[in-house]
Design a protein around this ligand. Structure first.
Ligand code: NDP
Length: 242
């Protein structure tokens, strides 16, 4: 059995990624923070498509929760390893910097960036030993160009892009690739209060994207077909750059 761990798999982009990777034959470990009902829906979607999965709730911003969950999984699965890690869980806490509270800054950095470190260090060693692994980080257009009102989020995602490029160079020799997918506006809970009718005029493709369209890019990086691509950032944004 091949295992893929997707953080934030209960909803939105993470759910679409879980379903898509399951279609590639992966047994999916569906992480989420607290939304059991939505996570069970992801599980049902995977199973109704002929795949299999298990729920793995923990807070990605807590080093203890991450290491306890992964240690338990390893104990229960001797000889197995997580071949694909998708660092997808993320939050927004938008505010202009002059009004930004300390917890809005630290919460976004911890969930969107620190989590990469906590998760990746747990699964990387087994990937290196097995000389195969795929690490895919979900970043954002905000991390590439910066967005006003999102200094915290832009900093976290830009940091994650830097981490992607640096780690790719550390582990390339061991056939572990590290890439990032940078969505633009995607229709999920995270963007539900945004006015698509107004914003779509700024997007060359004239619409928000669908989670499944991001999942396709993740599937490419997760596949054997991307074996000579690492440290790359692939935008999925309908042509929206500046
Ligand atoms: P959603 O808000 O729809 O879903 C967020 C997911 O992350 C949920 O599964 C949630 O779990 C999980 N999550 C949040 N915090 C934690 C935590 N501390 N520990 C574990 N899981 C957590 O987000 P999207 O699907 O829209 O976004 C997914 C990723 O894509 C994020 O990294 C986001 O920054 C990025 N992105 C999204 C864009 C968009 O337009 N939607 C654009 C660019 C990037 P639970 O259900 O339990 O709360």
């Amino acid at each position: 059995m091949k295992f893929a761990l997707v953080t934030g798999g209960s909803r939105g982009i993470g759910r679409a990624v879980c379903i898509r990777l399951s279609q590639m034959g992966y047994y999916i470990l569906v992480n989420y923070k607290s939304n059991d009902a939505m996570a069970r829906e992801t599980l049902m979607d995977i199973k109704s498509g002929g795949g299999d999965a298990a729920l793995m709730p923990f807070d990605v911003s807590s080093p203890d929760e991450v290491s306890n969950a992964l240690a338990q999984w390893k104990k229960d699965h001797p000889g197995d390893y997580i071949e694909v890690l998708v660092n997808n869980a993320g939050i927004r806490r938008d505010a202009l910097l002059v009004f930004m509270k300390t917890n809005e800054w630290s919460g976004v950095l911890e969930t969107n960036l620190d989590s990469f470190f906590f998760l990746t260090r747990e699964v990387l060693q087994d990937m290196l030993v097995n000389k195969y692994g795929r690490i895919i980080n979900i970043v954002s257009l905000s991390g590439l160009k910066g967005l006003p009102g999102q200094v915290n989020y832009s900093a976290a995602k830009a940091g994650l892009i830097g981490a992607t490029k640096a780690l790719a160079q550390e582990v390339g020799k061991k056939k572990v690739t590290v890439n990032a997918v940078a969505p633009g506006y995607i229709r999920t809970d995270m963007t539900k209060e945004l006015d698509e009718k107004v914003l779509k005029s700024t997007i060359p493709m004239n619409r928000f994207g669908k989670p499944e369209e991001v999942a396709e890019a993740v599937a490419f990086f997760a596949s054997g077909g991307s074996s000579y691509i690492t440290g790359e950032v692939l935008s999925v944004n309908g042509g929206l750059y500046t």
